[in-house]
Design a protein. Structure first.
Length: 319
């Protein structure tokens, strides 16, 4: 294998995972809010000092998964669409430490039998810190390249508990300060690459004011996701085709009305299955198209189900 081919494979390994999860899995907003999102950090997984990714995604809610029973597809005339313009950036702080940010602008629209509403605003901003725990200093038949990360999501956008607009179209955020920790492990074998990203998150409790002026506290539970990915680098052409699957679980939330009344929601489950096609336009630029479907795998519980298309462009600056 030539040096350029080896470099190309290293650039591909992890590219579709980070871009596909970040842009292809739109938050499942609605009655069962935000059950379909996972913390996908903007990690530098190649031999670069800086990277910047701009992407746009369009997710359409096509069904609802109740607490019990089978999911139900929505009828014509009930359209819920989330479009996201997202900017991710990451930079090395040292040889193995890196920092990142994520800033999304979200447009959420609802059309219910001719009644329409739409809101566009800044979503939840995230800050991240990563460390290359398993550097690839030499060849190994089995040892992967590995990163650990922490990501802090800030409640910079209204949540379902703050919504004021008709149909809660202004609920474009989670509403909570959330910390996620996890790892990203990458391995290349010939023209194939593989990735694994486990992640654990927890949001802090927060008080909200109801429409009647009453104050209530929402206490989120733990959550986790596990992303598995595999890709094949086509011979001769600078193209990579990848598949990924990522189950996401969020524990139920407790709502304290402050008057001795406690409400408990059910746990949420959703499975994101995705297809990514990436084009390496030189060593500094790449373009990725992604498709994510939450209806192919299960179980799905207490959440909405979406299908999402995404397109992203990434620019890298070598060390």
């Amino acid at each position: 294998m030539s040096r350029s081919e080896a470099l190309g494979l290293k650039l591909w390994t992890g590219l579709s995972l980070s871009v596909g999860l970040a842009l292809g899995a739109a938050p499942a907003l609605g009655a069962a809010c935000c059950g379909g999102s996972s913390a996908a950090p903007a990690l530098i997984s190649g031999d670069d000092a800086y990277q910047l990714t701009a992407g746009i995604s369009r997710g359409v809610v096509i069904g609802d998964a109740p607490v019990s029973g089978l999911p139900v597809f929505r009828s014509p005339g009930h359209d819920e669409v989330t479009q996201t313009l997202r900017l991710d950036g990451a930079m090395l702080l040292s040889d193995r430490w890196q920092a990142s940010f994520t800033a999304p602008v979200v447009q959420r629209s609802l059309d219910l039998a001719g009644l329409e509403g739409s809101t566009t605003r800044l979503g939840d901003v995230s800050l991240g810190l990563g460390y290359e725990a398993l550097p690839e200093w030499g060849y190994s038949e089995w040892r992967p390249r590995g990163f650990v990360f922490a990501q802090l999501q800030l409640p910079t956008a209204p949540s379902i508990y703050d919504a004021q607009a008709w149909g809660a179209t202004d609920a474009v955020g989670s509403g909570f300060l959330r910390l996620a920790v996890g790892g990203l492990f990458l391995k290349t074998r010939g023209a194939w690459d593989y990735s694994l990203m486990p992640e654990l998150h927890r949001a802090l409790a927060r008080s909200f004011v109801g429409t009647d002026g009453s104050v209530f506290e929402v206490i989120p539970g733990w959550g986790a996701s596990l992303a598995l990915g595999a890709g094949y680098n086509l011979p001769v052409t600078p193209l990579r085709v990848g598949l990924r699957v990522a189950p996401v679980w969020n524990a139920g939330r407790t709502v304290d009305s402050g008057q001795g009344g406690l409400g408990q929601s059910s746990d949420q489950w959703v499975w994101n299955a995705g297809l990514d096609v990436s084009w390496l336009a030189g060593t500094d630029w790449s373009v990725t198209g992604s498709y994510t479907d939450q209806t192919l795998l299960g179980p799905a519980v207490n959440t909405t189900l979406s299908r999402t298309l995404a397109l992203s462009v990434q620019r890298r600056w070598p060390r």
